[in-house]
Design a protein around this ligand. Structure first.
Ligand code: AHR
Length: 506
């Protein structure tokens, strides 16, 4: 069977924001991971681990969500501003972290990191132990241009220009640790908080830059997630102000029911279960999108016509990634290794997000460093790039490209695929999700093309991972192809491999 690629059959644009990342005060994601502090013997740039910073600069994540997650619901932003030696010490109990919290990495450190990376910030507001006033002050501190006290405080802390933070999450997982709320209780709180958000406009006609994000459902619970969305959008239909800019679904690919299966030890059944588990996201996106459209269609139109922000709600995924059983059992909390199994599911998930670019506006991998589906793992002074880092790097070319309408999988070879076109280049993802069988995959185009690059991420053993002893055990490499120009190409795909083929149209 052949994958037919038609560069003229584009079906939407892949928002760069689909390649977002998520960092939280959890385990060693920030403290000891990304943030080591300026006095650390570990080489750092103003407190940020230099090796991680350089790796993130190369990756250039377009979006970075912070400070949680669950942690956001206990975070008081004023603990993390001003001179570091005057910041309070609190205690972090988030998800088994159990560490002192010195607040070295706060709002200015985070927003300056976003600037250095060229990432859009997505900040999550404390709806559980914070207050409307606290939220409003945080927004004022970040975004006010006029010389108010909070804007002058920001200047005194080194940033005279407003940061211009647009994306604000209101609450986190309120159906669970974020308050154990019903959709109705959450919507009441959402309205309260969203109504109090400053607009940062200077006339009533100017649209606000602020983009409030409401909490979507637990993507892993089929019955509850339908009910949450159905009820929340019913509420929205009957009482529509203030608008919701986006609705945040969380989806983890749970692998916790098989004690024999850890992040590094698995058999064929464990491989297949985890690969198939990540694919569920595509159906969930379709389901949630459908429920949202049905809810919006039920809204009385005259009001929607008055305010375009009431007409649509974006669907976003604030957290996604593999979650293996051992993550629960370790310290630092939620740390797990990353093998080719995770790299394959990371590739397949990015393919799903990119293919769903007409439905999903933003998405964040959970999390960037030392937690769950990591791109970077640290061991003391060592900074290790996981195979997931390579996948994100290999997929960079899709950002801002136009998605091509391909089937998810070649029915005969089983190879998973996605392709996009930008500036006369087609980037094709080819993932061989078989644990032990290689495959020869043929691709055809209606026009001549030249192979620019063929890159493969694999390992002779799919259980292998990168660590301090062998930091480059699993690394992507360029593969030479024999017949680089034409309309038909056959590529050899190793077992358990993520591959990208870049073609330039001639
Ligand atoms: O990413 C780890 C945790 O998973 C987050 O804090 C929370 O939002 C989710 O349950």
């Amino acid at each position: 069977m052949t994958i037919r690629i038609d560069p003229s059959a584009a079906k939407g644009t892949v928002s760069p924001l689909l390649h977002g990342q998520f960092i939280e005060f959890l385990g060693e994601c920030i403290d000891e991971g990304l943030w080591v502090g300026p006095d650390s013997p570990i080489p750092n740039t103003d407190g940020i681990r230099s090796a991680a910073l350089e790796a993130l600069k190369r990756l250039a994540p377009p979006l970075l969500r912070w400070p949680g997650g669950c942690y956001a619901d206990t975070y008081h932003w004023q603990d993390g501003i001003g001179p570091r030696d005057q910041r309070p010490t609190t205690y972090n109990e988030n998800f088994g972290t159990f560490e002192l919290d010195h607040h070295g990495f706060g709002t200015d450190e985070y927003l300056r990191l976003c600037e250095a990376l060229g990432a859009q910030p997505w900040m999550n507001v404390n709806m559980l132990s914070g207050s409307v006033r606290e939220m409003r002050d945080w927004m004022e501190y970040c975004n006010r241009a006029e010389p108010t006290d909070l804007a002058r405080l920001r200047s005194a802390n080194g940033h005279s220009e407003p940061y211009g933070v647009r994306y604000w999450g209101l609450g986190n997982e309120p159906w669970c640790g974020g308050g154990n709320m019903t959709p109705s209780t959450y919507m009441d709180l959402y309205r309260l908080y969203a109504s109090a958000m400053p607009s940062f406009t200077h006339s009533n006609d100017e649209p606000s830059m602020m983009y409030p994000i409401a909490c979507g459902p637990d993507g892993n619970k089929p019955v509850e997630r339908v009910e949450w969305t159905r009820q929340l959008f019913q509420e929205l239909a009957s009482f529509r102000q203030p608008p919701i800019s986006a609705y945040d679904l969380h989806f983890y690919n749970w692998n916790i029911e098989h004690p024999e299966d850890t992040s590094t030890e698995f058999d064929q059944a464990g491989w297949t279960r985890v690969v198939e588990g990540c694919l569920e996201l595509e159906d969930i996106i379709g389901e949630q999108w459908g429920l949202m459209q049905a809810g919006l269609a039920a809204m009385p139109h005259p009001e929607a016509a008055k305010d375009p922000r009431l007409e649509s709600v974006d669907l976003v995924i604030g957290e996604w990634g593999n979650w293996h059983l051992d993550a629960f059992e370790v310290r630092p909390a939620l740390r797990q290794q990353v093998t080719m199994r995770d790299a394959v599911t990371t590739a397949l998930t990015l393919d799903i997000l990119q293919r769903s670019c007409d439905k999903i506006s933003m998405a964040c991998n959970a999390q960037t460093i030392n937690v769950l589906n990591s791109l970077i793992l640290t061991e003391g002074d060592a900074t290790i790039l996981t195979p997931n880092y390579d996948v994100f790097m290999m997929y960079q070319g899709h950002r801002g490209a136009r998605a091509l309408g391909l089937d998810r999988q070649d029915a005969q070879t089983g190879v998973y695929t996605f392709a996009s076109v930008k500036d006369g280049h087609v980037l094709v993802d080819l993932t061989n999700a078989s644990m032990d069988q290689s495959v020869d995959q043929t691709l055809t185009l209606p026009v001549d093309a030249r192979v620019e690059d063929f890159r493969c991420l694999t390992s002779d053993d799919p259980h292998r991972f990168n660590d301090k002893a062998d930091p480059d055990a699993v690394r992507s490499r360029q593969v030479a192809l024999d017949a680089p120009t034409g309309r038909e190409f056959t590529v050899h795909l190793e077992p358990a491999s993520v591959n990208t083929l870049t073609l330039s149209l001639v």
